[in-house]
Design a protein around this ligand. Structure first.
Ligand code: ATR
Length: 317
């Protein structure tokens, strides 16, 4: 029998596309499976980022996206054991909801109330969160130790919580400001319960209070979605409040240079893009699953390339 090779496949072979896909083509019977559970999951850059790292390290793993509806989460998690999936990332909207389905969670994940990494060791599922450590490592890689740094966090949602706990644990003095004041109060109370009275303060989300707070701060961190695609012209703080001595971080990575980062650069401040945190949290997950040192720079470049080809992105996986 003669098999006709479609023109598209012939072109791919000639252009080297098959070489680029060599990792996927090398999946064998003993290849271990990793993945990400989310809804939606189709815009996740984690498969590109993790498979590029797996290929660079020459590991016998493959990382795949799993679209999991909220009402199917329990079944999906049980399925991880049945299928002997080695580990998964958890993204929107399952980061909190997954906790009751796991055998145990780390102290950090329990405090933050969020899991983004599940490890399966002999059928025992353990949850952890690498969001806070990922942010902390990306800041430290850029600017050194944060001990004693005074940080103002904009937002009081899940990302703010993960980042605030990591910063306070590392010796930062943290203030929180949020559109909905009560949520900032709740988060500050949770931090003070965990780390002691005075560990976190709340700043009213109005220019006067923010100006005063920022004059005594070294670092400003945006954890809100303000400025994210498709509204890149928005900014979470009045740009007139920015100063050249500030370190300004944005967890938004789409666009890469948010308006906040552009305004901060304009006034001479140092800036850090959310893509760094994205790569670091993924790198820490990969290290947990495989025990290998993850190639953070390669992962960041792969995430950038995937972002460039996908356009819209949701969540931080
Ligand atoms: P995540 O898990 O990414 O942190 P989240 O838990 O939904 O997401 O939290 C989103 C944060 O962005 C909240 O602090 C939210 O403020 P509210 O508590 O007032 O809702 C903040 N946020 C979202 N849209 C905002 C906007 N347009 N202006 C100001 N803050 C906004």
């Amino acid at each position: 029998m003669v098999v006709k090779v479609p023109d598209e496949v012939r072109n791919n072979i000639e252009s080297g596309e098959v070489k680029r896909q060599a990792h996927i083509l090398s999946v064998r019977g003993d290849t271990r499976v990793l993945g990400v559970l989310g809804c939606p999951v189709e815009h996740s850059v984690s498969p590109a980022m993790q498979n590029t790292a797996i290929q660079a390290l020459g590991l016998n793993y493959v990382y795949v996206p799993f679209h999991v509806l909220p009402e199917k989460l329990g079944g999906a998690v049980q399925g991880l054991c049945a299928l002997e999936v080695a580990g998964v990332n958890i993204t929107i909207p399952h980061k909190r909801a997954v906790i009751p389905f796991l055998d145990s969670v780390s102290e950090r994940a329990r405090l933050v109330g969020s899991v983004n990494t599940v490890t399966n060791v002999d059928g025992v599922l353990t949850g952890d969160t690498t969001d806070g450590p990922g942010f902390l490592q990306s800041v430290e890689a850029e600017w050194g130790a944060v001990d004693g740094t005074r940080a103002l966090i904009l937002g009081a949602g899940g990302s703010a919580k993960a980042i605030a706990f990591a910063l306070v644990e590392a010796g930062c003095l943290v203030s929180l400001s949020n559109r909905t004041r009560s949520k900032a109060d709740e988060l500050a109370e949770a931090i003070c319960r965990a780390f002691g009275e005075g560990s976190a303060a709340v700043v009213e989300n109005v220019d006067g209070a923010l100006r005063e707070a920022l004059s005594g701060c070294d670092m400003l961190i945006n954890t809100t979605s303000v400025g994210m695609h498709p509204k890149p012209d928005e900014i979470p703080v009045n740009p007139e409040l920015l100063r050249s001595s500030l370190m300004v971080c944005d967890i938004v990575y789409n666009p890469l240079k948010t308006r906040l980062l552009a305004e901060a650069e304009r006034c001479g401040a140092r800036t850090l893009s959310g893509i760094k945190m994205l790569a670091r949290q993924g790198a820490i997950s990969l290290e947990k699953w495989t025990g290998c040192k993850a190639p953070v720079d390669i992962m960041e470049r792969a995430a950038l390339a995937a972002l460039g080809s996908s356009g819209e992105v949701h969540g931080n996986s």
